[in-house]
Design a protein around this ligand. Structure first.
Ligand SMILES: [Zn+2]
Ligand SMILES: [Zn+2]
Length: 172
């Protein structure tokens, strides 16, 4: 069974790992730890934009987390705003079939339970990429590309039948 480590700067419900496991068909094992990324973030912040260079941080960390403590995937939930060249912002980034996913929560903020649900969706979305899933055309599917927070609120947290079937074969 694939092992996932969630490192979060944001307070998440204690059953958050169980929720991630549930939506991934109980085909993964999830552990969560509270931390902060202040030192790391300061090195990757674009001072002019005030945002984190998400792609540069991903490239830097990806080889460093590979095989970390025996985990197959590491997810960083970063209480900040991220962007990649050519985009005003990103909710998250992950490489296709990579071992690292980053989620940026600044633009997900809202009332506590809504905020945590949005984070769950973005974590599941980026994990989907890290397991090899592409974007989905179904606006209700968590793998649908979110251009706006309304897209995020409309979708997921579940995967559509097609994405789930693909996930099951990828996670086998
Ligand atoms: Zn995506
Ligand atoms: Zn789908």
């Amino acid at each position: 069974m694939k092992k996932i480590l969630v490192l979060t700067e944001v307070e998440l419900p204690s059953d958050f790992p169980r929720q991630v496991e549930h939506y991934l068909g109980n085909l993964v094992q999830v552990e969560m730890r509270r931390t902060d990324f202040e030192g790391l973030k300061s090195q990757f912040r674009d001072v002019r934009r005030g945002q984190i260079r998400a792609d540069v941080l991903l490239d830097y960390l990806e080889p460093r987390v590979r095989g970390y403590e025996g985990f197959d995937k590491v997810v960083l939930v970063i209480n900040d705003d991220g962007y990649v060249e050519g985009l005003n912002f990103v909710f998250g980034v992950a490489k296709m079939s990579g071992s690292l996913a980053l989620v940026f929560t600044k633009r997900l903020r809202g009332e506590q339970s809504l905020y945590q649900l949005r984070i769950l969706k973005e974590v599941l979305h980026e994990l989907g990429h890290s397991f090899g899933l592409d974007h989905c055309t179904d606006p209700r599917c968590v793998m649908y590309f979110s251009n706006t927070i309304e897209d995020t609120d409309r979708k997921g947290p579940g995967y559509c039948q097609r994405c789930m079937a693909k996930l099951r074969s990828l996670l086998r």
